[in-house]
Design a binder for this molecule. Structure first.
Ligand SMILES: NC(=O)c1ccc[n+]([C@@H]2O[C@H](COP(=O)([O-])OP(=O)(O)OC[C@H]3O[C@@H](n4cnc5c(N)ncnc54)[C@H](OP(=O)(O)O)[C@@H]3O)[C@@H](O)[C@H]2O)c1
Length: 289
């Protein structure tokens, strides 16, 4: 069995290491953190690993330090006596192959493996990992090896296009996964203005949100779209904007930006009147709100 070292045994590192250990995909070797107690705690959580081990003895080195630490952690690794063909991977979504610059010229194989999941609590992350998408980018043979390893712990895997712009790749995920809670919060705050509690607000929104998400994932955003903008109903949009602006100008600006984008999506769907959509675009001009 190949040996995996972990540099940065935080939420992501310890979750992946525990899954690889329990599925007997890799033997867990060195666990490296800045603080010895972090490494010891991670070894307890994983149920394997050596807190004073040498990462250079591993076949695969998983670097899951916070993004600002990534380059310096990799630069320190470049000074170690690494075995030829060692696979070095990082788990950052925002950083790409450029992060491995300090390893250029060494006989190692570098690959980015980004698990597209929110790892907030390691116990929960281990329990819910199956089905997670892991995207890969980098040296081909290392990609293939790591894709098999991730599939063995229940992940789906996808190779990203060569030379992908990681900033935009990451922004796309932030748009969908991080901004959705913000939209729901805006809805709950608007409900609160008319006396609907948070619990009732979530109860009202739950079924339609689940249904919409299923429709978007199944049929695509344009096909799933309903509501006043999709009907080209500029009068309703205008009333919403007026009331929202009176209560909270920032929320009205957010609504206007989204309504404008929704008008473009509605045009793609092709069911709303062109005049209605043009009127919505006029109402939602950024400088008129
Ligand atoms: N959290 C997520 O949902 C998520 C999802 C996908 C990808 N990622 C990516 O995965 C990476 C890790 O994120 P995370 O959320 O797991 O971070 P985290 O929970 O903050 O853990 C980071 C770990 O790295 C250690 N560390 C920090 N600086 C170090 C250094 N210079 N050398 C060695 N160890 C160091 C920390 O322990 P000490 O403080 O004791 O050193 C800690 O154990 C990041 O690139 C992140 O963007 C995160």
């Amino acid at each position: 069995m190949k040996r995996l070292a972990i540099i940065g045994p935080g939420k992501v590192g310890r979750t992946l290491a525990k899954l690889f250990h329990e599925a007997q995909v890799f033997e867990i070797g060195a666990i490296v953190a800045r603080r010895p107690e972090t490494a010891a705690d991670a070894a307890d959580f994983i149920g394997a690993g050596r807190v004073k081990g040498d990462p250079a003895e591993a076949d695969i080195i998983l670097v899951s330090v916070p993004d600002p630490e990534l380059e310096s952690a990799l630069a320190r690794l470049a000074l170690c006596d690494l075995k030829p063909d060692t696979i070095i991977t990082h788990t950052s979504g925002a950083r790409g192959l450029e992060a491995f610059a300090s390893l250029t010229g060494l006989p190692v194989r570098c690959v980015c493996t980004h698990p597209v999941k929110a790892f907030s609590d390691p116990d929960r992350s281990v329990a819910t990992f199956a089905g997670t998408m892991v995207t890969l980018d980098g040296e081909a043979s290392a990609q293939a090896e790591l894709a098999s390893a991730f599939q063995a712990i229940g992940a789906q895997t996808l190779a990203l296009p060569d030379g992908i712009d990681r900033t935009l790749y990451h922004a796309a995920i932030v748009f969908m996964a991080n901004h959705l809670p913000t939209l729901i919060q805006a809805g709950l705050e608007t409900f609160a203005q008319v006396g609907i509690s948070r619990a009732d607000g979530l109860a009202i929104a739950g079924p339609i949100l689940r249904d919409t998400l299923e429709a978007v994932l199944g049929r695509g955003p344009a096909a799933a779209l309903t509501g006043p903008v999709a009907r080209g109903d500029a009068e309703t949009v205008s009333r919403h904007l007026e009331k929202l602006a009176a209560a909270d100008p920032d929320r009205a600006v957010l609504y206007a930006a989204l309504a404008r984008a929704t008008a473009d999506l509605s045009a793609e769907k092709g069911e709303a009147s062109v005049d209605g959509l043009l009127a919505i675009r006029e109402l939602t001009e950024p400088d008129t709100n």
